[in-house]
Write a protein that binds this ligand. Structure first.
Ligand SMILES: NC(=O)c1ccc[n+]([C@@H]2O[C@H](COP(=O)([O-])OP(=O)(O)OC[C@H]3O[C@@H](n4cnc5c(N)ncnc54)[C@H](OP(=O)(O)O)[C@@H]3O)[C@@H](O)[C@H]2O)c1
Length: 269
């Protein structure tokens, strides 16, 4: 199978690095196309991928095309791609807010998979949600799932509404975790810990809590109840969060991202 990734930025390169290890590529190297001469030069130096600077040299022969440019670049890119593509090719979009229908219309193709990637894919701990146009077969979808899984986990969703919803949970989610981490780092430093000690205290606490959660069937609420005894320190912190409605505020934030993803998709129509 010939796999081409268009756009060697944060996401394109992250997914390329994962997918390059897939047995589905057999002995063939993954192809990457980008327009930035400095990126092309540095990628060629590593020798990991077949790097292209002309679309006509890589696009017509590709079986599967991942599109990982910023959404505002896709109109001009699609215009350039259109004369070089065919109906048997599958297009997988990593772009936020660009709908399957608009990709089909702009490119004049049928087989499109839309994904919502997330940043921890950079360390093999990503989660990608994906959905497809009805023309993509089960076998093709399974193959794409295997490729996405090289960067972590993947979740198949039935409709694009859930791609927008996963933007609010996993796509934008790492930033919510960083937000919480930053607050705890600020508090640790205010209490007098050094930068190094603050980082160890905060990052190990996050890692440990996630590990506990993953290794059991116990809900976060039950974990909170277990660690917070009446009149104790943790209860004081949780009561302070409840008094300030933090739970509702976090849900509002996730919905703000979800709503914005829907809005971007509407603007794209
Ligand atoms: N970053 C995230 O956390 C995240 C999360 C979810 C979804 N996404 C989605 O992932 C996509 C890529 O984001 P990113 O952060 O990886 O962007 P990025 O770092 O800007 O990468 C895009 C790359 O594509 C290149 N490019 C621009 N126009 C091109 C064209 N016509 N043909 C070929 N290459 C072209 C860019 O070159 P120049 O630098 O020269 O423009 C750049 O190297 C976006 O659509 C975004 O919505 C990102």
């Amino acid at each position: 199978m010939k796999l081409l990734v268009i756009g060697a930025g944060n996401m394109g390169l992250t997914y390329s690095e994962g997918m390059a290890k897939s047995p589905l590529l057999s002995s063939k190297k993954l192809k990457i196309y980008d327009t930035d001469p400095s990126k092309i030069a540095s990628l060629r130096e590593t020798g990991t991928f077949d790097v292209y600077e002309k679309l006509e040299d890589c696009l017509p022969t590709a079986d599967l095309v991942f599109v990982a440019v910023k959404p505002y670049h896709c109109d001009s890119l699609f215009e350039e791609m259109k004369p070089m593509i065919n109906d048997s090719q599958i297009f997988v979009s990593l772009m936020a807010g660009v709908t399957i229908g608009s990709i089909q219309d702009s490119l004049g193709v049928k087989k499109v998979v839309r994904t919502m990637p997330n940043l921890p894919a950079q360390v093999g701990k990503g989660v990608t949600s994906y959905t497809e146009s009805k023309e993509v077969s089960r076998i093709e979808l399974l193959m794409i799932r295997n490729l996405l899984d090289t960067t972590g986990a993947s979740i198949h969703v039935e409709t694009e509404k859930f791609i927008d919803a996963s933007t609010g949970i996993s796509g934008s989610g790492p930033a919510y975790v960083f937000y919480f981490m930053q607050s705890m780092l600020d508090a640790a430093k205010k209490m007098g810990f050094s930068d190094y000690d603050s980082k160890v205290l905060v990052s190990t606490t996050f890692e440990g809590a996630v590990e506990l959660f993953n290794r059991s069937d116990i809900s976060p609420q039950s974990w909170m109840d277990r660690v917070a005894s009446k009149g104790g320190t943790t209860r004081a912190a949780l009561d302070s969060m409840a008094d300030n409605n933090v739970n509702e505020l976090i849900k509002d934030a996730a919905y703000a991202a979800f709503d914005r993803a829907v809005e971007l998709g509407e603007a794209d129509k």
